[in-house]
Every structure is written in structure tokens, then in C-alpha cells.
Design a protein around this ligand. Structure first.
Ligand code: F6R
Length: 248
């Protein structure tokens, strides 16, 4: 892992957005599709803001972009304002020229009976595009990436998982109480993420400092899934100074 530490998350987010824009435009020159893996949550919001600005003010087009989101709560309606489906449209997709058919977000409305096959199909669809060119990540206080909670296997694929208690506590305020936070989610696996050609993990603020120290400097363990990124050869952790404060 390679770390870069910025004074401000805004400055950092703009640079990450620029890297994504450069990749999209390089792929346009090559007449290729650009396959992006995307995250929700607070960490990537300013990256999406900057991508929207680049589209509106600097002619960045997303016509060749296909996206796969990491995860979605289960069960979850698309119209629910807590859904990751809603989040992505609100922060990015409604404001850019992406082809709607090119947007892939795990579907929190599939039935229990269909769920297993649905996850296999999501994984196969990513593979059919040749894998992810770029994966954007955040990190949870459990060390989760996507919703790969402690105990996740190195080679895991897209699947349904049970959310960790700490993850549900952290989501409680958005859901107006922990009882309203779903117990399950659909997530890309560690294996799915690790197959990405390039990975950028974003983390801001001192409440992430402890888990980042363990993720970057600790031994590789399924108890802290983000440690698996230590074995990926093209991963950058982009941090602000508060998030980096426990690194040695
Ligand atoms: C979201 C996701 C999660 C978040 C993580 C951090 O799609 O996969 O792993 O990235 O929970 O969330 P924030 O950025 O809200 O601190």
C-alpha cells in the first residue's frame, strides 16, 4: 500500500476525481469502456461533486463509463432515501451523461429465493466487462471495505452478508435509530475488489485513525478485511492528516 496524506479532504478529493477523469478520457482515446467500481457513504461525496463539476464545466463525458457499486442494504427499496441507489443518483448519476443501462447497483429488492443467483450474476457481469479498471473505497470502523465485515474470506465474491453491530451503530443516525438499520446487505467480495486494476481508498477524520493504523501497518487478517489490500499492487490510501494521525 502506498499512502498519501493531505491537509484537506477537499484538495485530496479533487485529485482523486482528476485521476478518474484522466482514466475515462484515456479509455475514450482508446475507444474502450471504462469500468468503475463506486462507493457510497460520506467519504466519496466530494469526489462525486468534483466529477459533476468536471462534466458541467470542463466537458468530461461519461458516455463510455460502466459503473458497479460495491454494495446495497438488504432488503431495501430503490426509492428509499437511505438506499445506496438513491445516494448514487442524488450525488452523481442524475448530474452526468452516463447511459442509464451502464449503471449497476446491487438490487436490494430481489427476493430471498433469487438472492444467491443474483449475486453470482452481478459478479459474472463485472467479469464479462473484463473486471474493474478502478475501484473507489471507503473504510468502516470494523475495517470493512464494501460491506465485507470481519470474517470475510480473501477470495469472496459478491454475496449477501450480515452487517456488524458497529456498522449498524454507525448507520443508526441516518436511519433515525438502530432498529431501522437493515441487518443484511449485498456486497462485492474481497476477491471482486482485489481484482480491480487500481484501488483508491479514501478516509477522513480521526474516528478512522485507529482502524487505518491496523489496516496499513498490522498483520493481514480476515478480522480486519482492509488488511487484504496490503497484497494488492496498485492501491493508494488517500487520507487527511486526522485520519493519518496514528500511523507510525
Ligand atoms: C459504502 C461502503 C462502505 C463505506 C464505509 C465508510 O458503499 O462500501 O464500506 O465506504 O462504511 O463509510 P463513510 O464514508 O460514510 O465513513
Amino acid at each position: 500500500i502506498h499512502n498519501v496524506i493531505f491537509d484537506s479532504s477537499l484538495e485530496a478529493s479533487k485529485l482523486v476525481a482528476q485521476e478518474i477523469a484522466n482514466l475515462i478520457q484515456l479509455k475514450q482515446e482508446l475507444n474502450e469502456t471504462c469500468v468503475l467500481g463506486l462507493a457510497t457513504g460520506s467519504s466519496p461525496i466530494k469526489v462525486y461533486e468534483e466529477l459533476v463539476r468536471l462534466h458541467k464545466e470542463e466537458d468530461l463525458s461519461f458516455y463510455n463509463v460502466v459503473t458497479f457499486n460495491l454494495d446495497e442494504y438488504y432488503p431495501m427499496d430503490k426509492s428509499n432515501i437511505q438506499s445506496y441507489h438513491y445516494f448514487m443518483h442524488e450525488h452523481l448519476f442524475n448530474h452526468i451523461d452516463i447511459v442509464p443501462e451502464n449503471i449497476n447497483i446491487p438490487d436490494g429488492t430481489v427476493s430471498n429465493e433469487e438472492l444467491h443467483q443474483y449475486c453470482i450474476d452481478y459478479e459474472m457481469k463485472i467479469k464479462a466487462y473484463g473486471g474493474l479498471d478502478f475501484q473507489l473505497l471507503g473504510i468502516g470502523r470494523t475495517g470493512h471495505i464494501g460491506f465485507n465485515e470481519p470474517g470475510s474470506h480473501l477470495n469472496s465474491g459478491t454475496r449477501s452478508i450480515t452487517l456488524d453491530h458497529i456498522t449498524r451503530v454507525d448507520a443508526a443516525s441516518a436511519f433515525l435509530g438502530i432498529d431501522n438499520v437493515p441487518r443484511k446487505a449485498i456486497t462485492m467480495g474481497i476477491g471482486t475488489i482485489k481484482n480491480a486494476k487500481r484501488i483508491v481508498l479514501l478516509a477522513w477524520g480521526n474516528n478512522k485513525a485507529g482502524i487505518l493504523q491496523k489496516s496499513i501497518e498490522g498483520e493481514i487478517t480476515g478480522n480486519i478485511p482492509a488488511t487484504y489490500l496490503q497484497e494488492h499492487n496498485n492501491t493508494t490510501f488517500v487520507l487527511d492528516s486526522e485520519a493519518a494521525q496514528e500511523l507510525t
